[in-house]
Write a new protein. Sequence first.
Lengths: 253, 173
Amino acid sequence: MRRVAPADGSPSRRAVLLGAGGLAAAGGGFAAGFAVDRAGPASGAARDPAGQPAVPTPGEDLMTEHGLLLRVLLIYRRLMASQASGLPVQASHAHDAALIIHDYIEAFHEALEEAYVFPRLASAGQLKPTVSTLLLQHARGRERTQLILAESAGSGSLKRAGARLVATSMAAFVRMYEPHEAREDTVVFPAFRALLTPAELTDLSQQFAELQTQQFGSDGFAHMVARVADIEQALGIYDLAQFTPPNITPPAA
Amino acid sequence: MSTISDWLTRRLLLTLAGLAAVACATAGCGSGASHGSPGPGAGSGPAVTIRARSLSNVGTVLVNSSGYALYMFQPDAQRQVTCTGLCAATWPPMKISASDRLVAGPGVRASLLGSDPDPSGGRVVTYNGWPLYTYTGDVAAGQDTGQGIDLNGGNWYLIRPSGQPLIAGPAGS
């Protein structure tokens, strides 16, 4: 699997962010505890010192990444339905979708949670059982992804037994990650957000953006979305309108 | 049994210990046992113990003093610590400071213990040249959820007390 090479590396801040200083600032620095920011929704937007709108807040960033994950789960559902119907499952579709999970969700998005969100909550004594479960689910998800990647490494359609294994793992993955990310969006990220001061929020927002640029380039997220869209197109699930239910026709008088 | 909060606290303390060791490493306080000179691990401070423990699925492997499984990262190639930044958030390196005493528990070979510099600061404990890491997915002592995983640019394996990675799986060396 590829290891993303550092970008140009010229800004010294990047080196600091990725080094012990950066992670310790998030994990260690938080240990001292900070005031809760309850200034209202407007305070959630990260702004630079000049007051200009800047990058998304950490919570917004993580939830946007959850949107990407949800789209891959939809792809998994489509492939599971094909397998259940006895239709061919293209190995490349399963493999490409799982690679997005492996490279972006598991190695980056979840690492952000493990580096910044969970330690901060732990130091505040919040959500310990939930965080423990989320961490174990990260591990179980990675196991399932390894299996999907291994079984879909070839070309053409998956053999019957392989398709069944892949579909079973995808089903377990979907079943776990839908409540997983819903809990994070509604409970974990808001709790994390409430522990940050406006200054921390701004700094962490910038750190998240820079880490993403370092790992995937300036348009890294857009590139991931495009990869997902390509698979959706191939599977015929890209057109959003197809998911709109029909109008409810009133019963005839 | 240790809990996730224990683990997170340890991780935080280790990170801070690693930061504290940066100044020492920069100032050349020692090159480490893996290079044949007294350095981190040869101090008279707190003991950092590597133990051997039998885990239900894989047999006897190395664990830290709290019983958490220790892993090696193939890209390290028994030469250097390459898991840094966000990788180290998922796979926290087993840090050691200049004042720590590195101790081999029963069944562990002291001659295979050493340390390597961490590009993020401080030093990381090594065994048979492999830098050692724990895994965030192991939320309790005795788990091995990271065994055989390909993540962050390479494969992760448990290590036998002989110093051999558990590449062949449960039936391996």
